[in-house]
Design a protein around this ligand. Sequence first.
Ligand SMILES: Cc1cc2nc3c(=O)[nH]c(=O)nc-3n(C[C@H](O)[C@H](O)[C@H](O)COP(=O)(O)O)c2cc1C
Length: 403
Amino acid sequence: MSLTGRTVLLIIPGGIAAYKALELVRLLKREGGRVRAVLTEAGAQFVTPLSLQALTEEKVYTDLFSLTDESEMGHIQLSRAADLLVVAPASADILARMAAGLASDLATTLLLATDKPVLVAPAMNVRMWTHAATVANLATLKARGVSVVKPEEGPMACGEFGPGRLAELPVILEAIRAHLTPAARPLAGQHALVTSGPTHEPIDPVRYIANRSSGRQGHAIAAALAALGARVTLVSGPVTLPDPAGVAVVKVETAAQMLAACEAALPAEIAVFAAAVADWRVAEPAALKLKKAPGAEVPELHFLPNPDILATIAQRAENRPRLVVGFAAETHDLLAHAVAKRLRKGCDWIVANDVSDRSGVMGGAENEIHLVTEAGVEDWPRLPKEAVAGRLADRIAAEFSGD
Ligand SMILES: Cc1cc2nc3c(=O)[nH]c(=O)nc-3n(C[C@H](O)[C@H](O)[C@H](O)COP(=O)(O)O)c2cc1C
């Protein structure tokens, strides 16, 4: 009975999958949870308040302007008395209204007035799901911290095939459990800033200086911190990886853009700088493509130092994250460099890794790190980057719980 004592406010918009919300109520109740249901006007075309009332054993709310509802339980109280708001199946319409901040009926008013986490499980026709408007609305909601249980691919009621089918109920149930089981979310309420990937420093409009970072370690750290309940902003250089689920991603190219995005993301309690930021940029990138011509001289590049993102954030007087973690990628004298770097940059921890050719770390699937803290150096075994990320996230959670 993992949901005993927890209350879910289940908002059911108008969609063909609304009937599945009835089964979701049954599953939540079976786990010991309390469910209060809200039907939109369109939702009530698909399932009846009576069915929901029978299954939830509670009054079902539909009308913002019901005098009896307001006298029994005002709408603000209704939105805050729950531990979690779940919108399932979330229609394209309600996602758009949420993204726009509308409060045009009871459901959207509750969603705007709440101070509790919100989880949406969208379901719609594949064209509606892939429409640029829906994609943009979802991105807006994710950036605001709304959790999304992505729809699945498969045959649809409308006869088409593709992504847009409501996620299977056990998947939605697991996402709800993850929100409502505090032990599994020790970083709930904390904002974590993570950087990942390489930077690209332009030479001219078509050429740039880059490095071999794949972003795999940074992205895995962002995902691991989100899995522990942190709200995560991932500032990523150019990578080919998919965005981690449940993470707000800000995409940048140059070191200067990365610093600006990090500063814009503050305040944050946790900052992990895993990106491989170029130390130098070309002083004057050419406005037009550099051309080779017979007999012409080979161009010379002049460099300027890039901003030091780790040191800048670690040494901030205001809004310094409580825990600042830097990475030291070295090809020789790894530990000596890492220990010195921690002191020089003013950060709390350094994750040191050997990125020489023989290590296969840069762009590879595994990492072998040494965690340098004030207390000393911890040598971790060689592990897949996802496992390193999980262990680092656990270590951060322990730091925040005072263990
Ligand atoms: C038979 C039928 C099925 C529908 N199924 C969906 C659906 O699966 N997903 C969706 O986003 N909209 C669907 N719609 C459209 C919504 O019901 C419509 O956009 C409505 O305005 C949603 O209002 P609400 O978001 O306030 O519930 C369907 C409409 C009809 C008539």
